[in-house]
Ligand binder design. Structure first.
Ligand code: BGC
Length: 465
C-alpha cells in the first residue's frame, strides 16, 4: 500500500507544529472502525424508515441488464459539470451507436428559478430532436439521469429532496423532476418523447458495469459529488409504493453524500471541514461529500494551507492577498500535486506556487508541506470511500458468497493519480480479501440511462402481459 512519506522539514520544531495542525486529517484504525459502525447503523435505520442521515432510496429497478436489451433510446444527463442529451442504440445489451450533444449550463440556470432550468432542459431536448431529425410519428423512450437525492415512488418518478453540488433552484425541491420535464417538453410540442425512467448516476454506472461484467452489484460515482448504490434484497426494503412483482432484489441508492448531516460523524470533522462547509453553497448539508467530492477537495486544501500560512508555517514570504481566493483552487491542483509526489518531481508544484500563489520565493519546506497536505486529504477521501464500499461488500458477500464487481466512475476516480490504488487496497483490507474487483464504467450516467430505459420497457411489457 502507498504510504504518505513522513513529514521531515528543515527544523524539528517546524515539523511538529505543522503536524499538530494537520493531526485531525489522519483517521486512526479506531476512528475508521467507528465510522464503519456508524455507517452500518445509519443504513439499517434508513432501510427501516427511521431517522437517519442516509436515504437508502428504493430505485424500483429490480434487475440488471441481461444482454438482451435492444432499441434506440434518448437520454438526458443532468448533475455534474455538463448537461448532455444523447441518442443511443443498443443491440443485445451493447451500445452500438451514440450521438451526444453537450449544452452549456450557466450559473444563472443552476442557481435560481426552477422553471427556467426545466424550460431550458426541454428546449435542449427539442433542439437535439430537431438536429438529429427524430421522426415525429415515432415514440422515443427517454432515461433521465438526475444525479441528486430524490424520493421515488416508481421508476418514472423522482421528487427532489435537496439540490447538491453547484445547483440550487429552491422551487424544485419537493417536486417531481419527471413531471416538470414532461410539462416543459409539452410546451415545446415534444409529445413523441416519453420519459420512462429517472435514475441516479450511480445506478447508471452499476447498469453499465453489469453489462461489462455480470458480477457487478455496486455502482459508485466519485466525481464532483459522490455516492453509491447496490443490489439489496427486496425483503429488506420497507419503502414500496407500487404493486410489487415478486422482485427478489432492488437497487438501493444510498445517497452517502449526506452521511453525517445529523451529526453522527462530527467526531471526524476538522476546523478545515467546517470552513469548507461554511463557504459552500448549501451549508450544513452533504457532510460526507464535502470530505471526498471533487467540488470540495481543492477548497479543503486551500483552507488548510491558509491556516498554515496564518500560523507562519507556510509560504511566509507570500502575502495573504496573493493566496487564491475561496473556491478558486480546484481539485485538479490536488491531482497535479499528487502526480508530482508519485513521480517524485517538483516542477508542477513549483508551477502551482507561481501561478496560484504568486510565489517565487518559496522554500523546500513549503514544497514538502503542500505535498503532505494533498497526500493527507487524498488518503482520507480514499479511506472514506473504501470504507463505505467495504460495508456494502461485506453485507452482500456474506449472503451471496460470490465474487462481486464494483463499477465506478467520476472525474476524481479517473484523474487522481493515486486515489484509485488506495481505494482498491483499503477495500481489500477491510473486506479481508474477499474476491472483489473495481471496474471503470466510463460514462455510466449516459449509457446507464439508455440501459435503464430499455429495462423500463421490458418491465412494462412484462407487467402488461
Ligand atoms: C448526489 C448524488 C449523486 C452524486 C454523484 C451527489 O451530490 O446527491 O445523487 O449520485 O452527487 O454525482
Amino acid at each position: 500500500m502507498y504510504e504518505i512519506e513522513q513529514l521531515q522539514l528543515s527544523d524539528e520544531e517546524l515539523t511538529q507544529s505543522v503536524e499538530t495542525l494537520l493531526q485531525g486529517l489522519t483517521l486512526t484504525p479506531e476512528i475508521l472502525e467507528r465510522i464503519q459502525e456508524v455507517f452500518v447503523s445509519e443504513m439499517d435505520l434508513a432501510l427501516a424508515m427511521k431517522p437517519s442521515s442516509l436515504q437508502m432510496e428504493n430505485t424500483y429497478i429490480p434487475e440488471l441488464p441481461d444482454g438482451t436489451e435492444s432499441g434506440t433510446y434518448l437520454a438526458m444527463d443532468l448533475g455534474g459539470t455538463n448537461l448532455r442529451v444523447l441518442l443511443m442504440t443498443l443491440q443485445q445489451g451493447e451500445v452500438t451507436n451514440e450521438i451526444v450533444q453537450y449544452y452549456p449550463l450557466p450559473e444563472h440556470l443552476r442557481i435560481g428559478d426552477g422553471d427556467a432550468l426545466f424550460d431550458y432542459l426541454a428546449k435542449c431536448i427539442d433542439n437535439f430532436a430537431r438536429e438529429q431529425e427524430l421522426q415525429d410519428d415515432l415514440m422515443y423512450s427517454m432515461g433521465f439521469t438526475f444525479s441528486f437525492p430524490m424520493r421515488q415512488s416508481g421508476l418514472d418518478s423522482g421528487v427532489l429532496v435537496t439540490w447538491t453540488k453547484s445547483f440550487d433552484c429552491p422551487s424544485v425541491v419537493g417536486q417531481d423532476a419527471v413531471l416538470l420535464l414532461r410539462k416543459f417538453l409539452q410546451k415545446y410540442g415534444r409529445n413523441n418523447i416519453e420519459i420512462t425512467a429517472i435514475l441516479n448516476d450511480t445506478t447508471g454506472t452499476l447498469m453499465h458495469g453489469a453489462l461489462m461484467d455480470p458480477r457487478t452489484r455496486i455502482g459508485i460515482v466519485l466525481g464532483t459529488g459522490s455516492n453509491g448504490c447496490y443490489m439489496e434484497r427486496s425483503s429488506r426494503v420497507q419503502h414500496w409504493e407500487q404493486q410489487r412483482h415478486g422482485e427478489r432484489h432492488v437497487i438501493v441508492d444510498v445517497e452517502w453524500g449526506a452521511f453525517g448531516d445529523n451529526g453522527v460523524l462530527d467526531f471526524i470533522k476538522t476546523e478545515y471541514d467546517r470552513s469548507v462547509d461554511e463557504g459552500s453553497l448549501l451549508k450544513n448539508s452533504f457532510t460526507f461529500e464535502k470530505y471526498i467530492g471533487g467540488k470540495y477537495l481543492g477548497e479543503l486544501c486551500r483552507c488548510i494551507l491558509q491556516k498554515l500560512h496564518e500560523s507562519s508555517l507556510f509560504l511566509s514570504q507570500t502575502s495573504r492577498d496573493d493566496f487564491p481566493p475561496p473556491w478558486s483552487f480546484g481539485s485538479d491542483n490536488v491531482c497535479t500535486i499528487e502526480h508530482d509526489t508519485l513521480r517524485d518531481g517538483w516542477e508542477d508544484v513549483a508551477n502551482i506556487f507561481r501561478t496560484k500563489f504568486q510565489a517565487t520565493n518559496y522554500t523546500c519546506d513549503d514544497l514538502k508541506i503542500i505535498r503532505y497536505v494533498c497526500g493527507l486529504i487524498s488518503r482520507r477521501a480514499a479511506q472514506l470511500v473504501a470504507l463505505n464500499t467495504a460495508v456494502l461488500l461485506n453485507r452482500m458477500a456474506a449472503e451471496e458468497g460470490e465474487s462481486i464487481t464494483i463499477a465506478i466512475d467520476g472525474s476524481v476516480y479517473k484523474h487522481h493519480p493515486r486515489l484509485r490504488q488506495w481505494i482498491i487496497d483499503y477495500t481489500a483490507l477491510w473486506t479481508r480479501d474477499k474476491k472483489t474487483q473495481y471496474l471503470l464504467a466510463d460514462d455510466g450516467s449516459g449509457k446507464g440511462a439508455a440501459i435503464v430505459a430499455a429495462i423500463a420497457e421490458k418491465l412494462r411489457r412484462r407487467n402488461a402481459s
